[in-house]
Design a protein around this ligand. Structure first.
Ligand SMILES: [Fe+2]
Length: 232
C-alpha cells in the first residue's frame, strides 16, 4: 500500500461527478485516452450504492509503463484485461486494474475545498514498505507517476469548474443520458440522503436490467482536441 493526500480547491461532488463520466478523457487526459479509450468504455452497473463503468480491454499498445506491475492472482478472463471504475457512494472512488488499485477518498474540508487521500493497493509480490525503500519506490514509480499525472489533469478541470460555478457563469442544463446517467444516479442517492432522517430509509438503486439501453452500443469517439481547435 502506498498513500498520500492533497487538498483540492473544488467541492467533493464535482470531483466524483468528473470521475463518473468518461467523455472528458479525450480532452482532459490525452495520455490516459491512449490506454483507456472512450470507445472501449461501457456501463458497469449492478444493484448498489455506487456508479460504475468499465474499460474493456485496457490497452498497453501505445503506453505500457502503468502495466509494469505484476498482475494479481486469481483474476478471471474479463478482469485480466479490464479496468473497473467505481464511485462508491458517497465519497470513495476506485480504479481497479489487473495489477493495482488506485483509490481516492474525498473528505470535504469546506464547500469549495476537498482533501483527497490517494491510496495505491498492490498485488502480492510488489514490495511496498517492508523492504528497501529505494526498491519499493522504483517498483511503483511508473504507475504512481501515471496516476499523479491523470489526477493533476482532473484537479485542473474540476478547479476550473468550481471557479465557474462560484461565479454563477454556468447555467443548469440537462444531463446526457448516454454519458451522464451515472451522475443522475448519484444525484438521486444524494437527494435521498438529504431528505431521509436515517440510513435505514435509503433506497438502494437497482442495477441495469436486460433490455436497458443506457450507454448501449458503440460510443461515439469525440474528436481530438487539436482537431476541435482547428474546427475539423
Ligand atoms: Fe478524469
Amino acid at each position: 500500500m502506498h498513500q498520500e493526500s492533497l487538498d483540492v480547491q473544488a467541492n467533493w461532488k464535482l470531483i466524483t461527478e468528473n470521475f463518473q463520466e468518461y467523455y472528458h478523457l479525450t480532452w482532459v487526459h490525452p495520455e490516459l485516452a491512449k490506454v483507456s479509450r472512450v470507445a472501449d468504455h461501457y456501463r458497469y452497473q449492478g444493484r448498489g450504492m455506487y456508479c460504475g463503468q468499465t474499460t474493456t480491454p485496457v490497452s498497453g499498445d501505445e503506453r505500457d509503463d502503468w502495466l509494469a506491475l505484476p498482475e494479481a492472482q486469481g483474476l478471471d478472463a474479463s478482469d485480466l484485461v479490464s479496468g473497473r471504475f467505481v464511485a462508491i457512494f458517497p465519497n470513495v472512488i476506485l480504479s481497479v486494474l489487473p495489477n493495482h488499485v488506485w483509490m481516492m477518498r474525498l473528505d470535504p474540508l469546506a464547500p469549495g475545498i476537498t482533501r483527497e487521500t490517494c491510496t495505491m493497493l498492490l498485488p502480492d509480490g510488489v514490495r511496498d514498505g517492508d523492504g528497501d525503500a529505494d526498491a519499493d519506490a522504483d517498483a511503483i514509480a511508473p504507475t504512481r507517476r501515471f496516476w499523479v499525472d491523470v489526477n493533476n489533469e482532473d484537479i485542473d478541470i474540476v478547479q476550473r469548474g468550481q471557479r465557474g460555478l462560484a461565479r454563477g457563469g454556468v447555467p443548469a442544463g440537462p444531463l446526457a443520458p448516454r454519458f451522464e446517467e451515472p451522475l443522475h444516479r448519484f444525484h438521486n442517492m444524494l437527494a435521498d440522503c438529504m431528505t431521509n432522517d436515517g440510513l435505514g430509509a435509503l433506497r438502494v438503486p437497482t442495477g441495469d436490467q436486460p433490455g436497458d439501453t443506457w450507454g448501449a452500443g458503440d460510443n461515439p469517439t469525440p474528436a481530438a482536441i487539436d482537431r476541435v481547435a482547428k474546427g475539423a
